[in-house]
Design a protein around this ligand. Sequence first.
Ligand SMILES: NC(=O)C1=CN([C@@H]2O[C@H](COP(=O)(O)OP(=O)(O)OC[C@H]3O[C@@H](n4cnc5c(N)ncnc54)[C@H](O)[C@@H]3O)[C@@H](O)[C@H]2O)C=CC1
Ligand SMILES: CC(C)CC(=O)C(=O)O
Ligand SMILES: [Mg+2]
Length: 359
Amino acid sequence: MPKKIAVLAGDGIGPEIVAEAIKVLSFLNTDMNLGLVFENALIGGAAYDAFGTPLPQTTLNLCKNADAVLLGAVGGPKWEPLAHAVRPERGLLGIRSELNLFSNLRPAILYPQLVEASTLKPEVVSGLDLMIVRELTGGIYFGQPRGVHVAENGEKVGINTKIYSESEIRRIAHSAFKIAQKRHKKLCSVDKANVLEVTELWRSVMTEVGKDYPDVQLSHMYVDNAAMQLVRAPKQFDVIVTSNMFGDILSDIAAMLTGSIGMLPSASLDANAKGMYEPIHGSAPDIAGQGIANPLATILSVAMMLRYTFNQPDAAERIERAVNSALDSKVRTADIYSEGMTKVSTSGMGDAVLNALKG
Ligand SMILES: NC(=O)C1=CN([C@@H]2O[C@H](COP(=O)(O)OP(=O)(O)OC[C@H]3O[C@@H](n4cnc5c(N)ncnc54)[C@H](O)[C@@H]3O)[C@@H](O)[C@H]2O)C=CC1
Ligand SMILES: CC(C)CC(=O)C(=O)O
Ligand SMILES: [Mg+2]
């Protein structure tokens, strides 16, 4: 029985980086007889332009019937004037929610070859390997009420609502504790419980769930301190679990520890490890169409897909080793370039990974 992958390239650099990931995955598919089939669909601004909606029903149906989804990125200045309800980003939030992908894993690993590419000192970042577990289908990106309305005094008022139920917190807590158990058994829950009641609840549920995992050392940290600590001494963390928006922001910070946001993959999983896989970055309109984007985050997202959804750890490791070999061969896209390296295009980096796989 073939396994179907829905491929949603999206906007901006999305099609450029997804093409490289598919190039790598197609080779492995044949080489290892993985039985994968691919089907493309539109999402985001590209879908809005074609159908007037960022998440067409056909795309949603394809994703619901697929075994996994590979996504590039959505959004761009062209669609910024649109009403929020039809903005490309709403298509992405919609698919995450419709597929119940509540557990977003964002590993931040510094490849030793890229120590020079990080803006932080080598002694601060060398050996970095942390996992951010971000709650993905609740919190302020989804809470009601939301919007901008005119108050009685005629002034405009903007509102978004951060809301979490106990069950939403409990299920992401279990995901995070289970991941911590397989790593160094250290979990830091990040909140703003000193100010926000919703995260006071978050903290108390995390503590309660922690009793089921006595082998995991649970700590709590306020998000402002966590942002600072990630830059000051990131290796103190093993696994971080946090809410939707805090995880969004903290993972961009963590990305820079690894040299570039173009290095961080992600897996967004439902309760059965069915998932969507995407780089953590956006559509990078400032470099779109130039063939210079780093495809490694997307290629590494495919490795996560093989590991988490298709239970093919050998295939996943082959990709990860090939990325390592490509970096050993000193090829670099512009974002991770440093002196003495060979600058390559998006497809040049994809080719380097492919050649390493073949070799
Ligand atoms: N998952 C998604 O689809 C996301 C979509 N967005 C959307 O993307 C658009 C641009 O957002 P920004 O805030 O500029 O964030 P961004 O992540 O697209 O770009 C931030 C900076 O990182 C660089 N960058 C990102 N990915 C790169 C890669 N693979 N290789 C080299 N450099 C890379 C960009 O050139 C830019 O300078 C917006 O419309 C935003 O809403 C933003 C984040 C995530
Ligand atoms: C639409 C945004 C929430 C996407 C984003 O920034 C992310 O998931 O990292
Ligand atoms: Mg983000």
